[in-house]
Design a protein around this ligand. Structure first.
Ligand code: PLP
Length: 407
């Protein structure tokens, strides 16, 4: 059976399941690509050595050394490229290194980049600790309140976005922002970790690079750190390839295997996360201690219309703000009281998690001026009635604590 998984006439699940599948040899073969671990690539002759090096230098996606990754890596790259409708995918050791790769590959001393103020906040650490020293200026802007065109300078070489944003899930109007950048010849990179390539297709909406923390939903089981950069053109692939090579970025074959295994079940896991998260979000809206629920799939969410237009679903991330006047300590008491939500960063695994975002951290997001803590929940695949009962008893504990505190 031949399977041209890239055919755009096929459904997206079919393409996702078959892209990167290993060919049969001698009449049979495994379903999954094998884990091919190596440091050294052996060549059959000096002529083959020269030929492969030459072809790699000309841009062919093949390995002449273990650092470049072999079959396992190629299969994952193929599957993610098919998922995103991109030109080429690059694997990196973490989501953060994928972000840094894009910034370093596309920006030079003297360059300026416009960055959405609501991005994953470690981007600001890359800025403070590395890019400023290299003479690169990042300027943060509010994608919903500022006029992007007015912020563009002659030295602007990149627009960097994330939609929906971290913690508060502000949905950006990517087609409109990308049109402005395109009119100025500036590439747009966007962090696509939230949509995981399944709910959101940023390259089709005008972005030129899509960045993933595959650590999250793509791997999906809280056991892998990995990043992926997907490009939309040969020209951008060449720039990313040069920096990827220079930085010596590489991913272990076992981790590439696990990310690919996770990818095959991404649509079913995400659908279930959405069902559970929607129940939790709707329940949270009725709670007296909650002033606002952040979840773009809720009709009351300010980003709902854009989300409906540009996304095909929502994931397990639900944040909520307590009422005004509640302090961070109450937020901490709340998550400490939870039984089924682990306390921890990251998300996208099968399990539920909770984290308190302090008002300090939220001040970076110009769309939010509240002074109360926000709790970010990752709603996992546990039974939602158990999760809701857990949240209910934690609210009761906080209410008790507040009542017991001396006036
Ligand atoms: C977690 C995360 C990252 C970073 O990924 P790591 O693999 O943890 O380095 C980047 N962007 C977003 C939106 C994330 O949630």
């Amino acid at each position: 059976m031949s399977n041209d998984a890239s055919s755009s006439r096929l459904g997206r699940s079919t393409r996702l399941l078959h892209a990167g599948a290993p060919a049969l040899h001698g009449g049979s073969g495994p379903v999954n690509v094998p884990v091919v671990r190596t440091s050294t690539v052996r060549f059959e002759s000096s002529a083959a050595y020269a030929d492969l090096h030459h072809r790699r230098a000309a841009g062919e996606r093949l390995a002449t050394y273990g650092r470049h990754g072999l079959d396992t890596h190629r299969a994952l790259e193929d599957a993610v490229t098919a998922l995103e409708g991109g030109h080429r995918a690059f694997l990196t050791p973490s989501g953060l290194s994928a972000i840094t790769l894009v910034l370093v590959a596309l920006l030079s001393p003297g360059d300026h980049a416009l960055v959405a103020d609501s991005v994953y906040s470690p981007v600001r650490r890359v800025d403070d600790s590395l890019l400023q020293r290299l003479g690169i200026t990042l300027e943060y802007f509010s994608p919903s309140q500022d006029d992007l065109a007015a912020k563009i300078r002659p030295s602007t070489k990149l627009v960097y976005l994330e939609s929906p944003s971290s913690l508060l899930y502000e949905v950006l109007d990517l087609p409109a922002l990308a049109a402005v950048a395109r009119a100025h010849g500036i590439p747009v990179a966007t962090d696509n970790t939230w949509g995981a390539g399944w709910f959101y297709q940023p390259l089709a909406l005008g972005a030129n690079l899509s960045i993933h923390a595959a650590t999250k939903y793509i791997s999906g089981h809280s056991d892998v750190m990995q990043g992926i950069v997907v490009t939309d053109s040969a020209a951008l692939s060449a720039k990313i390839a040069t920096a990827h090579e220079a930085l010596g970025l590489t991913v272990g074959a076992d981790d590439a295997y696990l990310a690919l295994r996770g990818l095959r079940t991404l649509p079913v896991r995400l659908a279930q996360h959405q069902r559970h998260a929607t129940q939790v979000a709707e329940w949270l809206q009725g709670q007296p201690q909650v002033s606002r629920v952040f979840y773009p799939a809720l009709a009351s969410d300010p980003g709902h219309a854009l989300w409906q237009r540009d996304f095909s679903g929502a994931n397990g991330l639900v944040s909520f703000a307590f009422e005004e006047g509640v302090d961070v300590r109450a937020g901490e008491q709340f998550i400490d009281a939870l039984r089924f939500f682990g306390i921890g960063a990251s998300w996208g695994g099968y399990e539920s998690l909770a984290l308190v975002a302090s008002p300090d951290r939220l001040r970076e997001h110009s769309v939010w001026t509240g002074t109360q803590p926000v709790v970010r929940l990752h709603v996992g695949l546990e039974d939602p009635q158990d999760l809701i009962a857990d949240l209910q008893q934690a609210f009761a504990r906080v209410a008790q604590g507040v009542e017991l505190a001396p006036a």
